[in-house]
Design a protein around this ligand. Structure first.
Ligand SMILES: [Fe+2]
Ligand SMILES: [Fe+2]
Length: 265
């Protein structure tokens, strides 16, 4: 069994301060093989916010990889966004914005889906798609981690990332099994598993720490990969409660290159 912790949308600078240590405690107690952070580490990409985010990440005991989100580049300073969008991210978090995590039989490929030209929407270029495909290791469970979702429910009013449909079709064909995303501050897993199944399970994390009341809750997930089985612990901390509840458990099984929610054939 290999364990990942998936964190997304920390939004330091607009964080729920009272939840920082409960979150750290839960993450460290999970004793994960790898922690994956899918972007929006900060709220406005400011140096002080990156310093807070970096201090938080340093207290996580497990190995960790992270990718940027759209909130990690300047929003209002257009010249900075166009000429040096990742300067602060690179200085505080990591030079490599597309890191690879390799633990057990899992290979996690980080992808930077941020588009400085289209702050909200994001993009996956053909070069990035090719890099993901070239990195696939047939003997591994191949996972992609990025900020922007590859699929969205119809009620979502934000535009889907450019390149997402093409990338999804390509990744599915080539054997990517799981995509970890964030950005929408809405948890969604298995929403796109139709009757014919899908080869890719998108695990769209909610926000782990953003204080925005409209998000209703903070949350993160613990993912246990064991052969064809995936067990997900969803740890939720409603905004009007003092901390995390006992986790909810979801299970999926991979049969004939397709994911199935447990209990369904
Ligand atoms: Fe966010
Ligand atoms: Fe975002």
């Amino acid at each position: 069994m290999t364990r990942l912790v998936h964190l997304s949308d920390l939004h330091f600078g607009y964080e729920r301060e009272s939840l920082i240590y409960p979150l750290l405690d839960r993450v460290n107690r999970a004793n994960a093989d790898l922690v994956v952070v899918t972007g929006d580490l900060t709220h406005r990409g400011r140096s002080a916010q990156f310093a807070q985010a970096a201090a938080f990440l340093r207290q996580i005991e497990a190995p960790l990889i992270a990718v940027p989100g759209n909130h990690d580049i300047p929003l209002y300073k257009l010249a900075d966004r166009m000429t040096k969008p990742y300067k602060r991210y690179k200085r505080a978090i990591a030079q490599n914005m597309e890191p690879v995590g390799h633990v057990g039989n899992l290979r996690v490929q980080g992808v930077n889906s941020v588009d400085p030209m289209a702050w909200q929407r994001g993009v996956l270029t053909s070069t990035q798609m090719r890099r993901v495909v070239d990195g696939i290791e047939p003997k591994c469970v191949n996972i992609v981690a990025m900020h922007h979702p590859m699929q969205q429910r119809p009620e979502i009013d934000k535009a889907l990332m450019r390149g997402a449909p093409e990338a999804l079709a390509l990744f599915e064909l080539q054997g990517i099994q799981v995509v970890l995303t964030g950005h929408l501050h809405i948890w969604s897993v298995g929403a796109f598993l139709g009757p014919e199944g899908r080869g890719i399970l998108q695990i769209q994390g909610g926000t782990a720490l953003c204080a925005r009341e409209d998000d209703l809750q903070n949350e993160f997930a613990v993912l246990d990969f064991d052969g064809p089985d995936l067990r997900i612990e969803r740890h939720v901390a409603p905004m009007n409660e003092s901390g995390f509840r006992d986790p909810e458990i979801l299970k999926f099984t991979r049969i004939d290159r397709r994911w199935q929610p447990d209990g369904q054939s």
